[in-house]
Ligand binder design. Structure first.
Ligand SMILES: C[S@@+](CC[C@H](N)C(=O)[O-])C[C@H]1O[C@@H](n2cnc3c(N)ncnc32)[C@H](O)[C@@H]1O
Length: 253
């Protein structure tokens, strides 16, 4: 079956079963019966969901969420908290809402570091891929078994989610799509390219920041070094900033 997943993407879903989860999320109309015409092809196989992205001139690019590989980069639990990322989340923080889930990479790192994480993501396709990645974590390596708390995931608009869940986490983490640079820069990796194509430029990022700051006592926003803080005219300047090589984190407390 083919579904319209966003303004411009069509997704063919085959080999279903667990794709039922996706079908219930994506309720917009079926546009064609021919999966060859789809931009994205989501297939459920032995290894879970595989997404293929077809672009006009190139052969399809494959995506598969493999959190186990990420987890095995660390050898002990909890993984060390270090650098600007953890400074931004805050020393006393235990619970985090990652309100811009994406591929779930930052959220999984937070879980590895011992935070209790809730992911919010509005794109049903991304939610299905994250859920599939988490499902395949049932066989964790021994050093993680019984230790790691997997993230909870919610398919929602963050502005509403944050306003309905006032104060229910120590920190809200935001990583909206980076604004385009004036000068042409190096291409991002294939995962970010797909997200940029699928999600577009996150035009409501300022409003998400306002909702987060109004409803939570700590908010950390990942920004590229060239970008201004979000919604400065409404929420003011960040209370503090932590910088790493290519990005910085604006923190509101
Ligand atoms: C740059 S990506 C985040 C990448 C993520 N930190 C990671 O590690 O993979 C931004 C994501 O936030 C989601 N997003 C942006 N604004 C949102 C909103 N208002 N509500 C829910 N999701 C949102 C987009 O759909 C996109 O998937």
């Amino acid at each position: 079956m083919i579904y319209v997943a966003s303004n411009h993407a069509t997704v063919a879903v085959t080999g279903s079963q667990s794709c039922g989860v996706l079908q219930s999320f994506i309720s917009r109309s079926v546009v064609s019966g021919d999966s060859e015409l789809a931009d994205l092809h989501l297939q459920h196989g032995d290894n879970g969901l595989v997404l293929k992205w077809s672009r006009d001139t190139e052969k399809p690019i494959e995506f598969h969420v493999d959190y186990l590989k990420e987890l095995l980069k660390h050898r002990s639990f909890p993984a060390p908290k270090q650098g600007a990322f953890n400074q931004a989340l805050g020393k006393k923080t235990r619970t985090v809402i990652d309100a811009t889930g994406g591929w779930g990479g930052d959220a999984i790192l937070m879980c590895m570091q011992g935070y209790d994480v809730t992911i919010v993501e509005r794109l049903p396709l991304m939610v299905a891929l994250i859920e599939d990645g988490l499902k395949r974590l049932s066989k964790l390596p021994p050093f993680l078994d019984g230790q790691l708390i997997l993230p909870k995931i919610v398919c929602a608009e963050s502005i509403e989610f944050l306003s309905y869940s006032t104060g229910c986490a120590d920190c809200v983490y935001l990583d909206p799509m980076f604004p385009a640079k004036k000068k042409k820069s190096a291409a991002s990796n294939k995962y970010m390219q797909l997200l940029q194509w699928l999600a577009g430029p996150d035009l409501d990022a300022d409003l998400v920041a306002v909702s987060a700051v109004e409803n939570f006592s700590r908010v950390a926003v990942k920004r590229p070094s060239y970008a201004r803080p979000l919604a400065e005219e409404i929420i003011g300047k960040p209370s503090t900033q932590f910088s790493s090589k290519l990005v910085h984190y604006d923190v509101y407390v």
